[in-house]
Write a protein of this length. Sequence first.
Length: 259
Amino acid sequence: MTVSNQEPAGLQEGVLLRELNRRVTNGVAFAINLVSAAAIRAEGAEAKRALSDVAELLHGYADLHRALAVPAGETLIHAATYLRKLGCGMRRAVLDRMNIKLAFATQPLALQPPRCWHLGLIVHELVMHAARHACFDDRAGQIRIKLTRIGGLVNCVILDNGSRPARETSDRELRIARDIARALGGRIEQGFGADFTSIVLSFPLTERERGANWSIATRQMRTPRRTRATAPDDAAHVSCRAADALGGLLSPSHHMDAP
């Protein structure tokens, strides 16, 4: 009898991704230590400030990299919490330095770990895409993320208040995000306005996810109304009933909060 030592392809990929993540994390930590030590040794105040700023930037990218790590285990993940953690990393690493505000409106959503990771990869790509290409002119830059569930369909809207002169060039850069969206069984659509650009990711829930989210929704319905009104992730509860996720996000009265 011949015993095969080969692991399933998916398992091998997971191990390789986690090993790659570990090496990158260690490399960034080593760079932070080197820069921090150089800041201590530097004699001029300007040099110290510059090196400290580089160390802070590397810390931000380390946070972002940790947030984008492949989740372990089989337990369903709260996607809203996952995205907010990812948002904190993006703010610290990039957006705060570009003076771009990031806001969220989310409702509870449970996803399987690999699919929640795919959602995070797409959101990261789309937010960074907006930060690179949106022309805010004299306006304060704003990027908003709205995550809702309508039945068995998830809608994630990334909306910014900038225009995009080079639309054809920037559209081609969404290819990776669209490929990941297809892996979720979903799609990505863009919309343009005079002073905003939106990207909507839509994908269906799996049978396991539908059951878990139905249970969450049932528990919420049984919770006293006053308690539900103060829930931190309930800002999108009313507007998510509408089929048009973008319409709710564009409403001036819709509450948005920072991660």
